[in-house]
Design a protein around this ligand. Structure first.
Ligand code: PGA
Length: 253
């Protein structure tokens, strides 16, 4: 049985003071919810302060990115062990990183290996663009992203990876995928692809999250499907009531 996971990706929002204010509410309200793994991914600069606040709360902390090199002359980058000093999770290959910062399946793969090496739980994002969706190439696109992004990972480490299916057309648009469509991709595309890579037992242990305009109003529709193991939430994770309601909806009945 896979434990559901709900992660809030704050993206480039909130100063440290604002982050503290939100977390002062979340540490109590999210802390009370059992049966779901809860993760907050604030901007880097807020991470040390939030790490301190979350101690003993049962809420995990994640970064939104990392670099694969251990250290050195890489201006502006953050190394895996620097993330690991405060966090347990890291988002890798978010579509905004792919679109605006030139990330590819190859860089995703390097980051994934670097994250696993230091013991971070990677949340690897995949998903097709609107054009690819309309062309009917979702399966092909997602399979390739998984094959290349997850290349070279040994089967024994695979259950420690989290995959987030985030159709690009649903991110920040208010136009979420239907639960049925997301479940179809999870069940018929992603899990079989993971099974080809790592074997059925390992693939069955991997959490596959849905992301893209998840809100308190539509969360239950996704979590009703057994192959949707939680959510990666952007905009709605900036509001305490929303992320608390989404997390409650993820509790398996
Ligand atoms: P959204 O973002 O919930 O604002 O659509 C999701 C994501 O980018 O992870």
């Amino acid at each position: 049985m896979r434990t559901p996971l709900v992660a809030g990706n704050w993206k480039m929002n909130k100063t440290v003071a604002e982050a503290r204010e939100l977390v002062s509410v979340l540490q109590v309200k999210l802390g009370e919810i059992a049966g779901v793994e809860k993760v907050l991914c604030p901007p880097y600069l807020a991470i040390p302060a939030i790490a301190e606040m979350l101690q003993g709360s049962g809420i995990g902390l994640g970064a939104q990115n990392l670099y694969w090199q251990e250290k050195g002359a890489f201006t502006g980058e953050v190394a895996p062990n620097m993330v690991k000093e405060f966090c347990q999770y890291v988002i890798i290959g978010h579509s905004e990183r792919r679109t605006y910062f030139g990330e590819t399946d190859e860089s995703v793969n390097k980051k994934l290996h670097a994250a696993l090496k230091v013991g971070l739980t990677p949340i690897v994002c995949v998903g097709e663009t609107l054009q690819q969706y309309e062309a009917g190439s979702t399966s092909e696109v997602v399979r390739l992203q998984l094959r290349e992004g997850l290349a070279g990972v040994d089967a024994a480490s695979a259950p420690g990876i989290v995959v987030a299916y985030e159709p690009v057309w649903a991110i920040g648009t208010g136009k979420a995928s239907s639960g049925e469509n997301a479940n179809h991709v999870h069940q018929r595309v992603i899990r079989p692809a993971l099974s080809d890579l790592f074997g059925t037992a390992n693939a069955d242990a991997i959490r596959i999250l849905y992301g893209g305009s998840v809100t308190a109003a539509n969360a239950a529709e996704f979590f009703a499907y057994p192959d949707i193991d939680g959510a990666l939430v952007g905009g709605a994770s900036l509001k305490a009531d929303e992320i608390v309601a989404i997390t409650k909806a993820a509790v398996r009945s």
